[in-house]
Design a protein around this ligand. Sequence first.
Ligand SMILES: COc1ccc(Cn2ccc3ccc(-c4cc(N)[nH]n4)cc32)cc1
Length: 229
Amino acid sequence: MPLRIDVITIFPDYFAPLQLSLMGKAQQSGLVTIAIHDLREFTSDRHRSVDDTPYGGGAGMVMTPEPWGQAIDAVVTDQSTLIVPTPAGKLFSQPVAAELAHSTHLIFACGRYEGIDQRVVEYYRPRIDVRELSIGDYVLAGGDVATLAMIEASVRLVPGVLGNPESLVEESHQLPGVEYPSYTKPPTWRGLDVPEVLLSGHHDQIARWRAEQSTIRTTHNRPDLLPGS
Ligand SMILES: COc1ccc(Cn2ccc3ccc(-c4cc(N)[nH]n4)cc32)cc1
């Protein structure tokens, strides 16, 4: 059963990259189907408006609920998971990507302006799985880039999408800490040599060196990922 993804956005062109590379191959292979929907197709006024002023005052505009209700109703089933990117959401992570990779149907609601009227989340929450997700503690201009990141991180975990599933085992965020540094040819580049141990053929020494390098890198860059932190 392929993973179906429906993306609802006012900027469909943001999702052209999903036709390229691994994401494109995943769709051609039939493992994943991705459909992009323009929210403005679900408006009913002459100006195809999707936003209005916020109740309670405040800067900016808020996206009105009805176009979202029409758009989500057009694709939702009882198997759907509705994902709403937002700076206020739970943090997206590799474990969350793995969960999404094993879903049946994902609907991404890509907001803009200051976000989407909260009643959209409130309306669907009793009916289907709804997840408000952040991709990090910084503020984007909308949910589109967050959706691209979450789709890429999740689809690459769909069984069969990655040619070599072996590469999933060692990568960062699956094992404690971050991955060790990588090197390839040439053995010397602008006077810089590849660490000798990697050319030695001693696989247990290489494994030990890589584990040490992972700990050094994690301690320096991501002490929060160290065991017991
Ligand atoms: C209340 O403050 C703001 C609220 C929203 C915005 C812009 N914006 C509109 C929709 C939307 C969806 C997701 C995100 C987002 C997600 C992450 N991790 N960073 N930024 C940002 C979004 C600006 C400010």
